[in-house]
Design a protein around this ligand. Structure first.
Ligand code: SAM
Length: 226
């Protein structure tokens, strides 16, 4: 699968995608991540106020007034058009997600379906007050929220969604059995040492986990599921 991330802050995501499981998935070519910066599609000099600096503004005041700025449609549309030229599978339509706190709630079920149905996912990250709504109309985006809170931008949501979809792709996790939903997991985990000494107190691993009795261990894990 190829992820195409539309963001004015690509550097903020670069280190995350190159670490750990996602980094390995990229190195093993199981997934591929490309960035497109709307600033690269701004006409330099457009109503330039400071003559000494290149004018790469992608936002402007909202029509109708109100606080905050709105990201202009054209730089985003041009960035998406470039992404559409770089699709992994040109015969399949890409999924185009636009992050918004008022969008459809992102879930594991959503990640699973997307991983099965699509070869390309375009993730549009908003900033400021958001993006000119004509982008959604033109691109028929799906508005997606990662939770009932407001962040300063769509970059963290893009990483959440990318990470969650990527782990549904066979081979991305070391063994597919590592998927939470494929095994009996719990909200409690323990590793060495068996007895942790901290500030004069001893903290032990629950006995059942040391018993070697897998039936009992599974029952214990089920009981600890939320
Ligand atoms: N005025 C917007 C509203 O209330 O819907 C908030 C915009 S927010 C400050 C800037 C950007 O962050 C949004 O365009 C969106 O891309 C992203 N964002 C913030 N919270 C989010 C969430 N919970 N889920 C998905 N995206 C979010």
């Amino acid at each position: 699968m190829r992820f195409h991330v539309i963001t004015i802050f690509p550097e903020s995501l670069d280190s995350y995608i190159h670490e750990s499981i996602i980094g390995r998935a990229i190195r093993e070519k199981k997934i591929d991540v490309r960035f497109y910066n709307p600033r690269d599609f701004v006409v330099v000099g457009k109503s330039q106020k400071d003559k000494d600096k290149p004018y790469l503004r992608v936002d402007d005041k909202p029509y109708g007034g109100g606080p905050g700025m709105v990201m202009e449609a054209l730089p985003i549309l041009k960035a998406v058009a470039l992404a559409e030229k770089k699709l992994k599978n040109k015969k399949l339509k890409p999924k185009i997600i636009h992050f918004s706190p008022s969008g459809k709630k992102f879930t594991t079920a959503y990640a699973k379906t997307t991983a099965k149905k699509y070869a390309d996912v375009i993730l549009i990250c908003g900033r400021y007050e958001g993006i000119d709504s004509r982008v959604d109309k033109i691109l028929k985006t799906e508005l997606v929220s990662i939770g009932d809170y407001v962040l300063t931008g769509g970059e963290l949501p893009a990483m959440v969604v990318l990470d969650s979809i990527a782990r549904q792709i066979p081979g991305v996790l070391g063994t597919f059995a590592s998927l939470e939903e494929e095994r009996i997991s719990s909200s409690q985990f323990y590793t060495r040492p068996e007895v942790l000494l901290y500030k004069g107190k001893k903290y032990r691993v629950p006995k059942v986990l040391l018993s070697g009795n897998h039936k009992k261990i599974n029952e214990w894990r089920e009981s600890k599921k939320k």
